[in-house]
Design a protein around this ligand. Structure first.
Ligand SMILES: Cc1ncc(C[n+]2csc(CCOP(=O)(O)OP(=O)(O)O)c2C)c(N)n1
Length: 320
């Protein structure tokens, strides 16, 4: 692997912490009844989104899921505008019309958080076809969970991207559960990247708790897509530490299982790498945590003080 600069590694760390703190804050405001709807925490999956998105250029596009706070932050979205969105405020990315499950930060290259499972994949394939038709060398990167790999959308999207050699990197975040269903109860194979063989495209499986490994694997797939080599199926093996949504009862798994997975915490693991390789001291990393916590308090304050959308504009922005 080429040596990465300290600045790059610290930016990866900062974005992982930003995701973690955003999710803790979002769960907190949800439990305190300050927001409507729900939130689907990305805690435990930070290395996946950050490893992938840091391998992208600003003109590459991502398409997310119902669990996409992390994808947006990894791609560079502003937590204050995201917080305003989940508070339903006009200052949010979708002017308060989208909420947690639909945050769409076009400015930083998000095609949207798309809550219909699997629906981001064909949208990204369309974006990739658009890049080719416009002579651009950008890449489209849809995310899905393990559950999404059994939707018709997944198979149609992979097939079309494969036959047209489109610049797409399909990222499957195998966090092991689709709501209450363990992934092995829903698919007949253990390695989801084996599904790539059915479309004649490369399938890559990577440790999704390790941001450097994800970054390297994503970088290779992105370069292949950008240089005309067609799509890749990239599976990041991770784990959903929190419930499917904030406060979900989680009756389908043992606490012991969750606690065992906590030892792979991607942030703690990356912190150990950064202190051991001399990138930063423990004190410097702690200062990042504090800086991000202050950012989250400011984001909540911004969101709470922002005005609600004017009811007379409820039907605005529906048609382009
Ligand atoms: C087409 C469709 N079917 C069902 C649902 C309800 N639903 C929301 S999230 C979810 C599970 C998705 O699991 P997975 O793709 O593994 O993503 P994860 O939640 O684990 O990130 C389901 C079934 C939906 N949103 N869309």
């Amino acid at each position: 692997m080429t040596t990465l600069s300290n600045d790059l590694k610290l930016e990866m760390y900062r974005r992982m912490v930003r995701i973690r703190e955003f999710e803790l804050t979002a769960m907190d405001v949800f439990k305190r009844g300050l927001i409507k709807g729900t939130v689907h925490p990305y805690i435990g999956e930070e290395a996946s989104g950050v490893g992938v998105c840091m391998a992208l250029r600003s003109d590459d596009l991502i398409a997310g899921t119902h669990r996409s706070h992390g994808h947006n932050i990894a791609k560079g979205a502003d937590p204050a505008r995201m917080m305003a969105e989940i508070f339903g405020k006009e200052a949010g990315y979708c002017r308060g019309r989208g909420g947690s499950m639909h945050i769409t930060a076009f400015e930083t290259g998000s095609l949207g958080a798309l809550a219909v499972v699997g629906s981001g994949l064909p949208i990204a394939v369309g974006a990739a076809l658009g890049f080719l038709m416009q002579g651009k060398d950008s890449v489209a990167v849809p995310f899905t969970g393990d559950g999404g790999t059994s939707t018709g959308n997944f198979h149609e999207a992979l097939n079309m991207a494969a036959i047209w050699k489109l610049p797409v990197v399909f990222v499957v975040e195998n966090n092991k559960y689709a709501v209450s269903t363990y992934y092995r109860d829903a698919v007949s194979i253990e390695d989801l990247s084996a599904r790539a063989a059915g479309y004649g495209i490369p399938g890559v499986r990577v440790d999704g708790f390790d941001v450097l490994k994800v970054y390297a694997a994503a970088g290779e797939a992105v370069e292949r897509a950008r240089s005309g080599g067609g799509p890749t199926l990239l599976v990041t093996e991770c784990y959903r530490i929190e419930g499917h949504y904030a406060g979900e009862p989680e009756v389908y798994r043992d606490r012991a299982e969750v606690n065992e997975q906590r030892q792979y915490d991607p942030i703690r693991r990356f912190a150990a790498v950064l202190t051991q390789d001399g990138t930063a001291t423990a004190e410097q990393l702690e200062a990042i945590h504090q800086e991000i916590q202050a950012e989250m308090s400011a984001a909540v304050e911004f969101a709470q003080n922002a005005p609600m959308p004017d009811p007379s504009t409820a039907l605005d922005y529906i048609y382009a």
